[in-house]
Ligand binder design. Structure first.
Ligand code: NAD
Ligand code: GLY
Length: 359
């Protein structure tokens, strides 16, 4: 097992990464503050891992299991309220610990519930998808969606610990696994060129889910994420680089209806668009865009956005992005390979021309 740390002063916490961590009662036990626990999971993950988690929780005065319907379309205020209803019904108090067992949807909604319930209770992330292990479980962004925009209602709220059991990835579907790899590749592009080059070579081992390769990819991703979050927890500036491809990607997810395009799929195409724009500005070689498209193909990620989306639709949805400040759209681009930057000078003309190329 390897342990990384997110350094945030009194809100610092460990990220445990290893095999069979869901069989280790010590790790979880160290972060449970009271005798009440709420485990939030969903109907897909519960038959796979809930019993194991309950076994390592041991005897507790109160354990409430909340099993949500599965899907991005349920990441909303209504589902959030169902969690509160169960907690109120079972009389959970402020010493309770909420545990998110599942992918990013379960993690984001549970984290937001933990931030709100009685003004904040303890919270542990047990991510079970590649995407949630390398991205959403670390850094304390929690939220639910609004019909007009992704993750629009939420809070920054850090967990007490993140427990990543790599073995859970063996039950993940190939499509979800590929979507997670999109966020892994993101770290290479934004801040770790040697890692990106490693990924270009090692993708077959990752696709075969070789444990050593997976552990390396998860550790390097989490370590980049932890460093960025430690430097800029509430996205004053730097943290926005973690959103490479997300402004285009969120527009795709929202326009298509939540759940149709997976988050990682939309981000993959969004990163391709951001790279193309970076190449047009002369900041990266056009050959890097071609090579990135090839990498996405090998991973089996989409390389073209939905055919029915118009530039006007993107601009409308992108105008609602959380990175818009005082009416100016901010985009994450690459100043060079492995070096993200944030720009606010993209003109409508430049964006329309880019988006037309992808139609
Ligand atoms: P997800 O939570 O929908 O999980 C994907 C699918 O895999 C679901 O059907 C789930 O039930 C299933 N699943 C989970 N673990 C499994 C396992 N071990 N074996 C088999 N099936 C399993 O999607 P995701 O990709 O994990 O997360 C996407 C969400 O994360 C989006 O809502 C996105 O906005 C959010 N996100 C948040 C952050 C953040 O910083 N908070 C960062 C990135 C993404
Ligand atoms: N996934 C973007 C962030 O955590 O900031």
């Amino acid at each position: 097992m390897h342990t990384l740390h997110v350094e945030l002063g009194e809100r610092s916490y460990p990220i445990y990464i290893g095999r069979d961590l869901l069989n280790d009662p010590q790790l979880l036990g160290a972060h449970l503050t009271g005798s009440q626990v709420v485990v939030v999971t969903n109907e897909t993950v519960s038959p796979l891992y809930l019993d194991r988690l309950l076994a390592i929780l041991g005897e507790r005065a109160l354990v409430t299991e909340v099993i949500l319907p599965d899907g991005e379309q349920f990441k909303n205020l209504e589902t959030l309220n169902q969690i509160f209803d169960r907690m109120m019904h079972d009389r959970h108090n402020r010493s309770t610990t909420m545990i998110a067992l599942g992918g990013g949807v379960v993690g984001d909604i549970t984290g937001f519930a933990a931030a709100c319930y009685q003004r904040g209770v303890n919270f542990i992330q047990v991510p079970t998808t590649l995407l949630s292990q390398v991205d959403s479980s670390v850094g304390g962004k929690t939220a639910v969606n609004h019909p007009l925009g992704k993750n629009m209602i939420g809070a920054f709220y850090q967990p007490q610990a993140v427990l990543i059991d790599i073995n859970t990835l063996h039950t993940l579907s190939p499509r979800e696994f590929a979507a997670g790899l999109a966020e892994v590749v993101k770290y290479g592009l934004i801040c770790d060129l040697p890692f990106y080059r490693w990924l270009q070579e090692q993708t077959p081992r990752l696709l075969a889910r070789e444990e050593a390769a997976l552990a390396e990819a998860i550790e390097r991703s989490c370590s980049s994420k932890a460093a960025v979050v430690a430097a800029d927890e509430r996205e004053g500036a730097l943290r926005a680089i973690l959103n490479l491809g997300h402004t285009f990607g969120h527009a795709i997810e929202t326009a298509q209806g939540y759940g149709k395009w997976l988050h990682g799929e939309a981000v993959a195409v969004g990163m391709l668009m951001a790279m193309e724009l970076s190449a047009r500005r002369g900041w990266i070689e056009p050959a890097e865009v071609v090579a990135f498209r090839d990498l996405l193909r090998v991973i089996n990620l989409p390389v073209a956005p939905p055919a029915d989306m118009t530039p006007g639709q993107y601009l409308d949805l992108m105008g609602r992005d959380k990175k818009v400040i005082d009416g100016r759209l901010r985009l994450v681009l690459l100043r060079g390979m492995g070096e993200a930057c944030i720009v606010d000078d993209a003109t409508e003309e430049e964006l329309v021309s880019l988006l037309e190329t992808f139609r």
